[in-house]
Design a protein around this ligand. Structure first.
Ligand SMILES: Nc1ncnc2c1ncn2[C@@H]1O[C@H](COP(=O)(O)OP(=O)(O)OP(=O)(O)O)[C@@H](O)[C@H]1O
Ligand SMILES: [Mg+2]
Length: 467
């Protein structure tokens, strides 16, 4: 594997996770080893010492029962067997001259004059440990002063014990080392696999281009947290894409809708600039220009209002607003237009309902809804504004017997600058309902519409009831 690939792998979260897990695993194994090894070692040492003491007691007994000579005879008799069994036996007279020394084969190499070494532990049942030079084992010796004043020493090499412990260590390592390697490789593989969605995510984020937002992270349908993250990320991308498309469409619409009044404005100016114009022509051209400028200003102001309301920046001067008087006030404003058109407008519903709202904005909302109804209701039709309370909400309804809205238009009437086909002949910017919706949302309320072509429309506002 090339060095660069190894370096890249070593930097991955999968590798680091596997490394951490392996370190924890190795530390726990070492702890387990220590917890088993040391008690095992002292248990074996205890057992060894008991065997040595057993032999010492046996010879002491011999000395008591058969006298010193009897004991010496027994030790001589057992010399070979003792040596083969790894026992060290020494009897020394009161001046510490060795009478008998039995040495196990592995201790025969001891340097000349080793016997003085055994004297150091001369006390009653005193233990000495004599390490073998250059070898790991130790000769454990216990000394006892006999009744006759002679010194009896019995010992045994730790070779067997050492071998047992070494074997234990070897078996432990033999199990643990492959387990650790397997754990590391397996852990790395599993971590690498479970982080696949994150790598997909990184790849998608890298490939995202503002102009091309249709890429999505493939979901592995595992139902885990990463899968949830992928799902949420895709949803977020979807929303951003929708938002961008909406913004682009809104910008296109604004540009398109601005072009008409600006073109008319220019036409008016050109007319006014023509030489030899009479005063009335000039005046009319300027009036047209003023009207078109007004239209542009209204459009830009409304667009700004919508943006402010949607982003939560709009300043709302909330105060208790009496709904019945608000409706009556707006109807009053439009009474003249309604009479002109031959449409009956009425206010119904419970009085004494209050909402906490910005009165100017609410007036604008109701006026927009009534304006729409008036535009789309033919002479002889009826418009009813009503209010009611439901649970913790106040409902305001504007119902008309007008043209209604085709089902395919319903989802779009709240879009900025959208105007239904049948409205082309009417004045308007297509911003009224967008503003109504944004303002109502800014008041923590909602807006619904029910409509069918030829059967009129019902717009319902829901606002939290005020105190
Ligand atoms: N009461 C209604 N009856 C029938 N159609 C309606 C009604 N209210 C709204 N519409 C449809 O919804 C579209 C959007 O309405 P909106 O108020 O946003 O724009 P507008 O009235 O055309 O222009 P503006 O309100 O900016 O002067 C209208 O063009 C119309 O097609
Ligand atoms: Mg309108």
């Amino acid at each position: 594997m090339p060095l660069a690939t190894i370096r890249r792998l070593a930097k991955t979260t999968g590798f680091r996770l596997a490394l951490w897990y392996s370190l924890v695993f190795i530390s726990s194994s070492l702890l387990l080893f220590a917890l088993l090894y040391f008690p095992l070692r002292s248990a074996i040492l205890e057992k060894d010492r008991n065997i040595i003491l057993g032999r010492l007691n046996e010879y002491t007994m011999q000395e008591r029962q058969r006298g010193l000579q009897g004991m010496l005879a027994e030790i001589r008799f057992e010399d070979d067997a003792n040596s083969q069994a790894g026992f060290f036996v020494r009897v020394a007279d009161p001046t510490d001259q060795s009478l008998i020394v039995t040495l196990p084969p592995e201790w025969r190499h001891l340097p000349q004059g080793f016997s003085p070494l055994f004297r150091s532990g001369g006390g009653d049942d005193g233990w000495i440990s004599l390490p073998a030079e250059g070898r790991g084992d130790v000769l454990e010796i216990v000394s006892r002063r006999l009744d006759s004043g002679y010194l009896l020493q019995v010992g045994r090499g730790s070779g067997e014990r050492q071998k047992l412990l070494e074997n234990f260590g070897r078996i432990f390592a033999g199990i643990m080392v492959p387990l650790i390697i397997l754990g590391f490789v397996g852990g790395f593989f599993l971590a690498f696999r479970s982080l696949l969605p994150v790598r997909d995510l990184i790849q998608v984020v890298r490939s995202i281009d503002i102009g091309k937002m249709d890429v999505r992270v493939p979901s592995r349908q595992t139902g885990d947290e990463l899968d949830e993250l992928v799902r949420l990320f895709n949803t977020m991308l979807e929303k951003i894409e929708q938002l961008l498309t909406g913004m682009r469409a809104a910008l296109d619409n604004v540009a398109h809708d601005l072009r008409t009044p600006v073109t008319r404005l220019r036409a008016g100016i050109e007319t006014a600039l023509q030489p030899g114009n009479r005063a009335e022509v000039l005046r009319e051209a300027l009036l047209d220009c003023a009207e078109e400028s007004e239209r542009i200003i209204t459009m830009l102001n409304t667009l700004m209002d919508i943006s402010e309301a949607e982003t939560g920046v709009m300043k709302l001067h909330r105060q208790p607003v009496d709904v019945a008087s608000l409706l009556a006030e707006v109807v009053d404003l439009y009474q003249y237009v309604a009479e002109e058109k031959g449409v009956a407008v009425s206010v119904a519903g419970s009085s004494a309902l209050t909402v906490m709202a910005d009165i100017d904005r609410m007036r604008q909302v109701i006026a927009n809804l009534l304006d729409n109804s008036l535009k789309h209701t033919p002479p002889g039709g009826r418009i009813e504004l009503s209010s009611a309370s439901q649970a913790e909400e106040v409902l305001i309804r504007v119902r008309d017997t007008g043209a209604g809205i085709p089902a395919q238009d319903l989802p779009r009437i709240f879009d900025r600058l959208y105007r239904g086909d049948h409205s082309r002949s009417q004045r308007g910017l297509g911003l009224g309902l967008s503003l109504v919706k944004a303002v109502i949302h800014a008041h923590a309320g909602s807006l619904e519409v029910e409509s069918a072509p030829g059967q009129g429309s019902i717009f319902t506002l829901r606002l939290p009831a005020g105190s």
